[in-house]
Design a protein around this ligand. Structure first.
Ligand code: FES
Ligand code: FE2
Length: 354
């Protein structure tokens, strides 16, 4: 068992990049505190291997994609997506056993690149948290963004599962009546945790207001967050005529995907889809700009300042923080994730002892 298996869940799908970040050039990215390189092959498959050639340790991100393989830019060794060295252009062309490097399963789904940094045999793309609204162009248009966060990834999860922070951190979306104006339900479903906030019969407010064309001056709004381990969240945001079914109204379903870069920094990928003005590029640009601005100027600075105050600590609970009612789902998610990491480490320990 390595130290890293104890710090992060390994047998899980993590978002590694936006699909649009992966061009015909390999992309270097530190993920789960390991230098990795992502690339798209000629046939469209995704590769993810360690970003260090086995020969003279050149970063493979300085190489290029050759057909289905990644070629080192220094002396031309080629690797497949499992990390196996498949071509040595030199001498007798033999491939030494120590020429192979680590590689991990990787796929593209819902506008994101996903990696499975654990045991390859357990990787099943069907287990990726579904974001169907990002693959439904008849009904939804998504916009995407990326944020680098100088803070532990679980602080981002805390932020997203705590719906109450809107009232203070995002005053432009705050409601008259404050946090007492609505009721939030919390719970666990299998290995997911949810926070659901119904806001029945409220004044037009929030992002949904941008797309409200009805003459009604009030609507039923909702903001429902669901967390899946390790830090993949689905946010059902929307509003409809009072008493009407949610799908009849404005639907703005989001993806929020957080992946550790190191213990103290995170990659935060997001998307917001909408079922209104779906062919309007200007509306897409406006929505992308609003969401990116809110996350980058309001949420991220607060999370980074928290990490500064926590210093070299990543386990917030070890600092014995005060717990408030809206922390319930985030604390549950933290416990569930710790349990999964413990189970995985115990399983790896047993396998190593056998
Ligand atoms: S450093 Fe990669 S082939 Fe030499
Ligand atoms: Fe926020």
């Amino acid at each position: 068992m390595t130290d890293q298996q104890q710090r992060f869940l390994r047998n899980a799908w993590y978002a590694a990049a936006l699909s649009t970040e992966l061009t015909d050039k390999p992309l270097a990215r530190r993920l789960l505190d390991e230098p990795m390189v992502l690339y798209r092959t000629a046939s469209g498959k995704i590769g993810c291997v360690t970003n260090r050639c086995s020969h003279r340790f050149a970063p493979l991100s300085l190489g290029k994609v050759k057909g289905e393989h990644l070629e080192c830019g220094y002396h031309g060794l080629q690797f497949d997506g499992t990390g196996a060295c498949v071509l040595n252009p030199h001498g007798n062309k033999q491939i030494a056993s120590n020429a192979h490097i680590a590689g991990w399963p990787a796929v593209e789904r819902y506008g994101f690149i996903w990696i499975w940094p654990g045991e390859a045999a357990k990787a099943d793309p069907a287990a990726i948290t579904p974001y169907p609204f990002n693959a439904d162009p008849q009904n939804f248009t998504p916009v995407y963004g990326y944020l680098h966060v100088k803070g532990n990834y679980q602080l981002v999860t805390d932020n997203l599962l705590d719906l109450s922070h809107v009232e203070w951190l995002h005053p432009m979306f705050a409601q008259s009546g404050g946090v007492d104006a609505h009721k939030t339900e919390y719970g666990v479903e299998g290995r997911s945790v949810f926070a659901r906030r119904a806001k029945p019969n409220v004044e037009l407010q929030g992002l949904a207001r941008l797309y409200w064309t009805s003459p009604s001056k009030r609507f039923d709004a909702r903001s429902n967050m669901v967390w899946h381990a390790p830090a993949n969240m689905v946010f059902d945001l929307g509003a409809t005529e009072c008493g009407a079914a949610p799908e009849e109204g404005v639907c703005l379903p989001n993806a929020h995907l957080v992946t550790p870069e190191t213990e103290f920094s995170s990659h935060y990928f997001w998307s917001v889809a909408r079922n209104r003005q779906i062919d309007d590029d200007a509306a897409s640009a406006k929505l992308q700009g609003i969401a990116q601005r809110i996350f980058s100027t309001e949420d991220v600075p607060m999370i980074e300042a928290q990490q500064v105050n926590m210093g070299a600590v990543t386990d917030l609970m070890s600092l014995k923080p005060v717990s408030l009612e809206p922390d319930i789902p985030a604390v549950r998610a933290r416990r569930m994730l710790s349990e999964m990491i413990r189970e995985e480490a115990a399983g790896a320990g047993r396998a190593a002892a056998e």
